[in-house]
Design a protein around this ligand. Structure first.
Ligand code: AMP
Ligand code: MN
Ligand code: ZN
Length: 906
């Protein structure tokens, strides 16, 4: 049985693999014919390779089904040693092959360990996971071939690669501060080795309060309590004591109770309480100009030796500036990655990952009351320094507090830099992945800017604080005091309690019924536990908006849980069955009478939510968070009804409206928003990619009305003939045809004008037709139309949203989306020979720079879910947040929820 099932699985994987390869091949074949032979050695071209591969897969599948069945038959055969041996060796071969494939794709594979019968289920999961990974890759490659670059993060292997900067558009700020728009630079990297692996001391994610790391206390007025200096007390764990467990616990408790007060006190509380600000820093300084960046030495400190030298240098100064860079997405508590320090003469960048367990030596300078430490916005920095290194700051000056006291227009460092140094630092790497090593120079330079000018700013604000107060030191003193309060802050670990979930839930917009709230509570606990265990952020483990979605929908099937998440977080995928059990547990909760009534009022049966079981909306909750008014699950058709107002005079606009309306009126859950004209702009590769995608997707397409199946008739046949269909179609587009199409492309340029005219005509006719049929279909929903007419003015925007669906997660309207929205949508199949090969000269290269979102040709469960909803609740409007990027890496969008809310407020 084992052999049996795994052989099938291996078929699947190899099938996927072939498609993947052919995808690559075809992508290249458009641009580079020479590469053909390199990619498929021994084959004429990719088609030949694919054909061979598919043939092999098919015969293997057949062979595997004719193997003796499990149960009696198999057991009987197994009693023959020859058969047994054969199975054994074949099984080994298959397993070897599978693990090779898995390794090739970078998946975990421990398949050959066949002795452990108990691990069978686990290993099965392994294969399933690998299949997912591979399929995901196929999807990405197909998207790429389709002209969509979904994999937008630069890949950073262990060796250095020049950083590619993604200037993200999602987080263009500006609304908050007038017209000023800030662009954050987002530098991300995949395949970063987890720095935690290198940590000498393991991260303590346990659900226990934070205990200071300090064990030596330089500059102490009051000595460090014995709890911290006596390593034995600290390190001793109850389980290490050579006594019975219960007694060990008791002893441990007694011992710790003695120290409780010390354990949770601020180690420098006494020193800070008695800190006297020296007169020298309260009098008016002569601002000392910063050295130009180019003339300033900048040292990267990543060895203990250099760190010691730096500490000695710092101890001789009267002030220095400090800043930190931090990472929080792939760690439960977060980790400090960099410490920047600037003196008047030099800049230093400390690799805080590399020197994590050595950095405590800086306490000598950091807690020296004679040395001023200038920070900007030190609130989190103070906590991070304690948490990661046991570092404290005595004699802090926070320029952010100074900026507040001065009542400056804005209190960001950017603003101070502009105001005092005329330095423009708008483009920020704030959200960069600071774990990247070696640190790209661009990031070093950026990090350096955060402290380089800070001492000069410190001078300037002191002058202004004194001037502001007519030379009296009161205001300046208050900044020192505020700064001191900040340095007195204690790091506290997030503690999970049975009530923690309520705090988060109360921040959500939706109110939950008993079942939903139960699900939320259980998911919250699951997420917390797993995040601690895996040392991942809760946002990485299961973003809150997805947790909300799952709680709200209470999917019946594990699939439904997956459908609530887009992209599916790896840990969710891994533990979907556990999650499913939690949801089931929640569903078993009795609803309150009032809740049942409320549900009925909404016209829903309380528990049943069939739309999520398989094809639930993927990530609509994302929109609902940003844009709550669009999230009521039910009003797409209304807005689309707008499109049929009688008094719409302008032709081309009308046409467009009609077409999207056609789609809405006719197409149900299997709505296909791809327009006919889209095809005209597709390259051969793109066409192929689409066809393959279609083959993989909607298993229900065969049930669509035939007018709609301009894409895949193949779904009408059984799965195996699907495979033939792919190869057949690929053949169709042989080289001859490619040439033909190339000519057609030239032709097309000439004829473009002519066609456009004709097209408008045609479209007008279609529009009338559409209008008619729509009106027929809407005879009894006049109110919808009326309502629609009222909002006709806003139709433009909404139309765009509907037409661009998948790209919706990015708030900025995209050129290309607009374009496709303007195309009329017809139900006719696109004539094959009218395809216009994709002209790369005219292509929107931003696609590859990651500035354009995904085009809308791929199977999107979202759309189907909408269909469901439309059918049932034809009022209201739902804005569809698209799949967007499916990558799970440090995405900007996620930072908004997944981890950003974890940020200490600044
Ligand atoms: P900064 O003090 O501006 O250099 O920021 C220090 C660290 O705080 C950065 O490395 C980020 O990890 C984090 N951070 C700063 N601003 C934001 C933000 N707007 N959202 C999320 N994280 C931030
Ligand atoms: Mn900072
Ligand atoms: Zn910084």
């Amino acid at each position: 049985m084992h052999v049996h099932s795994s052989s099938k699985l291996s078929m699947d994987t190899s099938k996927n693999k072939y498609s993947t390869n052919s995808g690559i091949q075809e992508t290249n074949s458009d641009t580079n014919d020479e590469e053909k032979n390199d990619l498929c050695p021994g084959f004429k071209d990719a088609d030949a390779f694919v054909k061979y591969g598919l043939g092999a897969v098919l015969s293997a599948t057949k062979a595997s089904t004719s193997l003796p069945q499990t149960g009696d038959e198999y057991d009987f055969y197994r009693s023959f040693p020859g058969f047994q041996e054969f199975c054994e060796s074949q099984g080994d071969k298959l397993l070897h092959c599978m693990s090779q494939i898995m390794q090739h794709h970078g998946c975990r594979s421990r398949m050959r360990d066949r002795n452990k019968l108990t691990g069978l289920e686990e290993r099965f999961d392994l294969v399933v996971d690998s299949n997912d990974v591979i399929l995901e890759r196929v999807g990405i490659l197909l998207d790429e071939a389709d002209g969509v670059n979904r994999n937008q993060q630069p890949v950073m292997p262990a060796e250095f690669q020049p950083p590619k900067i993604v200037v993200s558009s999602w987080n263009r700020m500006g609304s908050s501060s007038g017209s000023r728009s800030e662009t954050f630079r987002l530098l991300q990297a995949k395949n970063i080795a987890r720095p935690q692996m290198k940590f000498k001391e393991k991260v303590d994610n346990s659900n226990t309060p934070f205990i200071p790391k300090i064990f030596i206390k330089p500059n102490a007025v009051k000595p460090l309590p014995s709890y911290f200096t006596n390593k034995q007390i600290r390190k001793e764990r109850p389980e290490d004591l050579d006594v019975p467990a219960a007694l060990a616990d008791f002893i441990h408790q007694q011992r710790t109770q003695e120290h409780v007060e010390d354990m949770f006190a601020h180690p420098y509380q006494y020193e800070l309480d008695h800190l006297k600000i020296p007169e020298s820093v309260l009098s008016k300084p002569e601002p000392q100009m910063y050295k130009p960046l180019t003339e300033t030495k900048c040292s990267f400190i990543d060895t203990l030796e250099d760190l010691v030298a730096l500490n000695e240098k710092l101890c001789k100064l009267s002030e220095f500036a400090v800043d930190l860079e931090h990472h929080s997405y792939r760690s439960f508590l977060g980790l400090t990655c960099l410490i920047q320090i600037s003196s008047r003469e030099e800049d230093f960048i400390i690799d805080a990952i590399e020197l994590r367990s050595e950095l405590y030596i800086l306490n000598e300078a950091f807690t020296d009351p004679a040395i001023v430490k200038v920070f900007h916005g030190a609130d989190s920095d103070i906590e991070w320094l304690q948490r990661d290194f046991g570092l404290y700051v005595v004699n802090l000056f926070d320029t952010h507090q100074a900026s507040r006291a001065l009542n400056l227009a804005r209190h960001s460092l950017d603003h101070l830099l502009k105001h005092f140094c005329s330095v423009n630092s708008e483009k920020r790497y704030q959200l960069a992945d600071w774990r990247i090593r070696p640190l790209p120079d661009e990031m070093v330079q950026y990090a350096r800017m955060d402290t380089h000018y800070l001492l000069y700013i410190y001078d300037c604000v002191r002058v202004q604080l004194l001037d502001f107060n007519h030379g009296q030191p009161g205001l300046l003193q208050s900044v020192w005091n505020k700064s001191k309060d900040i340095s007195l802050k204690k790091y506290t670990k997030p503690i999970f309690t049975e009530e923690s979930y309520l705090e988060l839930q109360s921040k959500q917009k939706k109110s939950f019924n008993t079942q939903q709230l139960t699900a939320f509570r259980l998911l919250f606990a699951w997420r917390d536990k797993l995040a601690r265990q895996e040392d991942e952020s809760t946002g990485f483990t299961l973003p809150t908006h997805m947790m909300n979605k799952i709680s709200e929908e209470l999917p019946k099937e594990p699939q439904g849980i997956i459908a609530c998440c887009n992209p599916v977080p790896p840990l969710v995928r891994q533990q979907v069955n556990e999650l499913h059990l939690l949801v089931q547990q929640a569903r078993e909760m009795p609803l309150l009478k009032a809740e049942i009534a409320a549900e009925k009022k909404k016209g829903l049966t309380p528990i049943k939510k069939p739309e999520v079981t398989m094809f639930g909306p993927h990530d609509t909750s994302r929109v609902s968070e940003i844009n709550p008014q669009h999230c009521s699950s039910d009003d797409v058709p209304v807005k689309q009804g707008v499109l049929f107002t009688e008094d719409e005079p302008k032709m081309d606009v009308d046409v467009q409206k009609t077409s999207s309306l056609m789609a809405a009126a006719k197409i149900t859950q299997f709505e296909e928003l791809e327009t006919q004209n889209d095809h005209k702009f597709l390259s051969v590769t793109q066409m192929k990619a689409r066809r393959i995608i279609e083959c993989f997707e909607n298993p229900f397409r065969m049930y669509l009305p035939s007018s709609d199946v301009h894409i895949s008739k193949n779904a009408k046949f059984d799965p195996s003939s699907k495979i033939f269909e792919i190869s057949k179609r690929w053949k169709l587009l042989s080289i001859e045809q490619q040439q033909k199409e190339l000519e057609a492309k030239k032709e097309a340029n000439r004829k473009a004008k002519e066609e456009a005219k004709e097209h408008t005509k045609k479209v007008a006719e279609e529009r009338n037709q559409a209008k008619q049929s729509y009106q027929e279909s809407l005879q009894d929903v006049a109110t919808v139309r009326q309502q629609a007419a009222e909002s006709a003015k806003g139709a433009g925007k909404k139309r765009e949203r509907v037409a661009s669906e998948v790209g919706e997660s990015t708030p900025k309207p995209r050129k290309k989306q607009m374009k496709s929205a303007e195309k009329p949508q017809t139900t006719e199949p696109p004539p094959q020979d009218s395809f216009k090969p994709f002209d790369y000269n005219q292509s929107d290269l931003k696609v590859f720079a990651g500035t354009k979102s995904k085009d809308n040709t791929q199977f999107d469960p979202n759309r189907q879910a909408h269909g469901f909803k439309k059918k049932k609740t034809p009022r209201g409007q739902k804005s569809n947040s698209g799949a967007g990027s499916r990558s799970m890496s440090y995405m900007a969008g996620k930072s908004e929820r997944g981890f950003r809310h974890n940020w200490p407020k600044r």
